[in-house]
Design a protein. Structure first.
Length: 106
C-alpha cells in the first residue's frame, strides 16, 4: 500500500504534468494553452491522489490519473472562446453566431 511521502508527491506531480502536456499536445489550439493544461493536470493529480491516499484506497496513482483526465476534460470543455472565433477571425473553422430576435417573428 502506498503512503503519503515525498516520493509519492513527486510521482503525482510528474503524472499530472505529463498527462496535462499530452492532453495539450493532442488538443492543439482547440482547448486551453499547454501551460494551463499542465497546471490543471498537476492540480487534479495532487488533489485526487492525496484524497485517495487519505481515504486508504489502494492504487492512488490510478485514481490520480483518472482525476487528472476528469479535471482536464472539465477545464477544456468549458474554456472561453477566443476573441478571433467570436468575431469571425481569419484562419479558424469555428464561428460563434449570435441569435437575434426578429421583431416580426412570434
Amino acid at each position: 500500500m502506498e503512503t503519503l511521502s515525498a516520493t509519492t508527491i513527486f510521482w503525482l506531480i510528474a503524472l499530472g504534468g505529463i498527462t496535462g502536456w499530452l492532453v495539450g499536445y493532442f488538443m492543439g489550439h482547440e482547448g486551453r494553452s499547454n501551460y494551463s493544461n499542465i497546471s490543471w493536470g498537476v492540480l487534479g493529480s495532487l488533489s485526487v491522489g492525496v484524497a485517495a491516499l487519505l481515504v486508504g484506497l489502494s492504487g492512488a496513482l490510478l485514481f490520480a490519473f483518472m482525476g487528472t483526465l476528469g479535471m482536464l476534460l472539465i477545464v477544456n470543455a468549458f474554456h472561453d472562446h477566443h476573441k478571433d472565433d467570436i468575431y469571425k477571425g481569419e484562419g479558424h473553422d469555428i464561428t460563434v453566431h449570435r441569435y437575434q430576435k426578429n421583431a416580426n417573428h412570434r
